[in-house]
Every structure is written in C-alpha cells, then in structure tokens.
Design a protein around this ligand. Structure first.
Ligand SMILES: [Zn+2]
Length: 265
C-alpha cells in the first residue's frame, strides 16, 4: 500500500523536475522545436543591455552593410517565431568578426564580420545560428545549469565580449560577479547546443530562401580565418563557438534535410 502511494508520486515528481529545468529540444528530422520561452527577466535584461550598447558603441552608418543586414533580417524574421520578440538588428563599428543575439530578439553585427560572411547567404547563416541559440533558450540553460543565481552573468559576458573587452577585463568582471553571489560563466556553449544551433540556423536560412550549402562555406571561411590569425588572436566568437572539422562534418550530414526546406527566392 505504502509502495503504491510512492510509485504514484513518481511521475508527478519527474514532471516537476522536467519543468523546472526548462528543457528545450530540437528534432533535426522534423525541424520541430520545443523550447520554453526565455524568462521575462532574461528578456528585459537582454533589451536593457542592447540599449546600453547602442549608447556606448559606435553604430555603423555604412549604407551597404546596413541595407544587407536589414534585408537578411526581414527574410529571417518571416520564418522565425520568438514570442513577444522586439526585433532589432544593429551594425556596430568593430573590427572583430562577431555577431550576437540576445533574448528579446536584439541582434548585433560587427562591421568586422562582413569580410567573412561575404554575401547575404553567409550573413543569414551566422544570424540564423545566433538566433537559434535564443529560440532554443541556450542562455537560460547555461544559467539554470550553473546554480540558478547566475542570471545575467551569461549576458554580462556576451556584452563584454561584444564590446571588445579583453580576457583580463572579463575575468575581473566575472570575479566581481562571483563576489556578488553569482557564478562566472565564461563558457562556450556545449557541443550539443552548437550542433542544434547549426542545424536549426541552417533550416532557418533555407526557409528564408538562402541556399543552405552556403552555411558550410561560411563556417569553412571562419575556420580558415582562424587558422590564418592563430589561436591567440581568435576573437570571442570563435572561443565561444569552437569550430572544428567534426562540427562542419555534422553540418554536412544535415545538409540534405535543410535542402528539402530550401525555397530559392
Ligand atoms: Zn553558437
């Protein structure tokens, strides 16, 4: 009798654990995404940090770069659902090849990225990947995995690196965050998170009308750029997005799936 009562409880307890871990999943066979929305505090923090960045960093006035980003953004937005997104795409003057997406639909592109993206499809590959991290709620997962008290530290690192802070500045900031009772999360996304974002990002670009094959070329250009520059000069983007042959191979294996959803414009 007592045992029966206990076993009846097990499913309820499991359900609780699953809900509290904010599980997100992505089925690469169907393209189906099940993700809990980013928490409202993470969203408002993303929006706040982005506003701050717009005040403090130089915004590019280059007409060609801005037109390209807005053009690619409009096609991507039409195929990506983020509940209550307040989409905004801004080009920042910064020579490091980097792009980032924050909860709330705030996306930044550095002028240094264009040498690597080279065309609309290349840019769509990077932005699709970054936005996939937001859709799949990977920042929230990193926060949850830490201790639950680290809310915002992930964003702090994203923001500092987007502002070109060097490693030591960021280490000091992380120490400060740790002293304040949070945990430094100067961590790359997990391999699994990177793979999911590569796949979902490639689906997004295909649905938006860009040939998904271009994503392979883009990541190969990024990889070649890093080899040329050397590990020590590797920008934040490549430290938080470890790029190796196995990652590119996994994307190649996924290509037939993405091709099925490709609608050339
Ligand atoms: Zn990534």
């Amino acid at each position: 009798m007592r045992f029966q009562k206990f076993s009846a409880l097990v499913p309820a307890v499991l359900a609780l654990v699953i809900v509290s871990c904010a599980v997100s999943s992505f089925d690469p066979n169907t393209g189906e995404v099940r993700a809990s929305a980013s928490s409202s505090s993470l969203v408002s923090q993303g929006i706040r940090e982005f506003d701050k960045m717009k005040r403090e960093k130089r915004i590019s006035q280059d007409p060609a770069h801005n037109a390209q980003v807005q053009r690619v953004a409009s096609h991507l937005k039409s195929v990506i659902q983020i509940p209550n997104a307040r989409w905004e795409f801004v080009v920042f003057e910064d020579p490091t090849p980097n792009a980032f997406a924050l909860p709330g639909g705030k996306v930044g592109v550095h002028t240094g990225l264009f040498q690597i993206t080279q065309n609309d499809a290349g840019l769509a590959a990077v932005l699709g990947h970054e936005i996939a991290h937001v859709v799949l709620n990977h920042s929230q997962q990193r926060v949850n995995q830490a201790t639950g008290v680290a809310l915002g530290t992930v964003l702090l690192d994203t923001v500092l690196s987007a502002n070109g802070a060097d490693k030591s500045t960021r280490a000091v900031a992380a120490t400060g965050a740790a002293a304040a009772g949070t945990v430094g999360l100067i961590l790359p996304y997990s391999r699994k998170a990177e793979l999911q974002s590569d796949q979902l990002g490639t689906l997004y670009m295909a649905r938006a009308g860009y040939n998904p094959e271009e994503s392979i070329k883009l990541w190969e250009r990024f990889s070649a750029w890093r080899i040329k520059k050397g590990e020590s000069e590797s920008p934040e983007f490549l430290r938080t997005h470890p790029l190796d042959q196995s990652r590119i191979l996994a994307l190649k294996n996924f290509l037939p799936t993405a091709q099925r959803e490709y609608k050339p414009r």
